[in-house]
Design a protein around this ligand. Structure first.
Ligand SMILES: [Zn+2]
Ligand SMILES: [Zn+2]
Length: 382
């Protein structure tokens, strides 16, 4: 199924202002509100699309990315990467809670009168973990144990926040509505219930370990599988491994952001590896075999043809980096750099001078160059 254009979904023109985008979203969200769509089974899916579109277009950075690349801007990464409509998983009840988040944000107390009206248990935050790996590790993939400081469900109360895991009870002040009404003259004012802070439930005896939050701070050890072929900027999403939610809410996700260290010998370009190999002047002139390192820790013999010049490239097929999602392995390229000898002894100088005196057509590039230079000067004399 192809995705619909985000601007279309909000009913606004491309390049609409932030205000127009917000207005468009309000209109669509009101149309699709569950209270008005009891018999429209598609409303939920439509709302999710609209919400996703708004999530992207309200954020200047995401909007710029979308304007430039379209939906492709949000498709990279492992396991799908962060969804633009983050926080709306597939579980039951997510729709309603996503709705209440959106509406609390947009309309504030305006929506307070709708049925229930109380806040859902909040979803835990997403976490980001930066992981540096070496190029060798990126080549082979690795299993890594990482320690993530996070909050986890309280084991004492099983996340309920109540002593001994008891169920919270309905708030007596608001009868579970999360809001209380007060009459002031002609007006009825509705405000968040002061007893339960809008949750609609209270805990008679808060858990002593987590003080009623239902979660505690903890460093958690996770074993992560980093696939072969990761690059700097690759994101790996571990669904449900983020922070625990408040009072039994769903957990967030954990995103591992990969950074691959520079390597002393190899330079990487996507799946290609480049390696500059210095060779002695005599080896380059006479030709011969050299041994070059490969990223898997092995070595490859490479034949240097006699008369090789600096900059000559040779390809070693399949000795590069693996592609992240299958699709084979790249090649490795070596580039020769002919090294002029230094620190010559007098004997060596003597031999080189003798070699020079025997020179015939040994430097065709120089000869051609200086012939051209001579012609140039001649032509200038006119
Ligand atoms: Zn607890
Ligand atoms: Zn209350």
């Amino acid at each position: 199924m192809s995705k619909r254009d985000y601007y279309d979904l909000l009913g606004v023109a491309k390049g609409a202002s932030a205000d127009e985008i917000k207005k468009g979203f309000r209109t669509k969200a009101k149309e699709l509100h569950p209270d008005r769509n009891a018999d429209n089974p598609d409303a939920e899916a439509q709302f999710k699309e609209v919400n996703e579109a708004y999530d992207v277009l309200k954020d200047p950075e995401k909007k710029a990315a979308y304007d430039r690349y379209g939906h492709a801007a949000f498709e990279g990464g492992m396991g799908g990467g962060p969804r633009p409509g983050g926080g709306m998983g597939g579980g039951q009840g997510d729709f309603a809670s996503a709705f209440s988040d959106v509406f609390d944000d947009l309309f504030g107390d305006f929506m307070g009168g709708r049925q229930g009206g109380r806040q859902r248990a909040a979803r835990g935050a997403d976490l980001r973990y930066n992981l540096r790996v070496t190029l060798e590790e990126a080549y082979s993939g690795l299993q890594k144990t990482i320690n993530v400081p996070t909050s986890v469900q309280c084991g004492e109360c099983n996340g309920s926040g109540a002593e001994g895991g008891a169920e919270p009870t309905t708030c007596p002040t608001c009868s579970g509505m999360g809001k209380v009404r007060a009459t002031q003259g002609f007006f009825t004012v509705e405000r968040t219930c002061p007893t339960c802070s809008g949750l609609g439930q209270i805990i008679k005896n808060p858990c002593t370990k987590c003080n009623g939050a239902g979660r505690t701070q903890k460093e958690r050890s996770l074993s992560v599988n980093i696939p072969a072929g990761v690059e700097t900027g690759t994101r790996i999403r571990l669904a449900g491994e983020g922070e625990a939610g408040m009072r039994g809410g769903p957990p967030g996700d954990l995103y591992i952001f990969i950074e691959v260290d520079r390597h002393k010998i190899f330079e990487r370009e996507a799946t290609e590896l480049h390696c500059r190999v210095p060779v002695s002047m005599t080896a380059a002139a006479l030709g011969g075999d050299i041994e070059v390192p490969t990223i898997d820790g092995g070595r490859s013999r490479v034949k240097i043809p006699a008369g090789s010049q600096s900059g000559r490239q040779m390809r070693l097929r399949g000795k590069g980096m693996p592609a992240l999602r299958g699709g084979g392995t790249g090649d490795m390229f070596i580039e020769l750099a002919v090294e002029t000898p230094v620190n010559l002894t007098s004997r060596q100088k003597e031999l080189l001078k003798e070699f020079e005196s025997l020179a015939e057509d040994n430097n065709p590039e120089s000869s051609t160059f200086f012939k051209s230079v001579k012609n140039f000067w001649d032509s200038m004399k006119g």
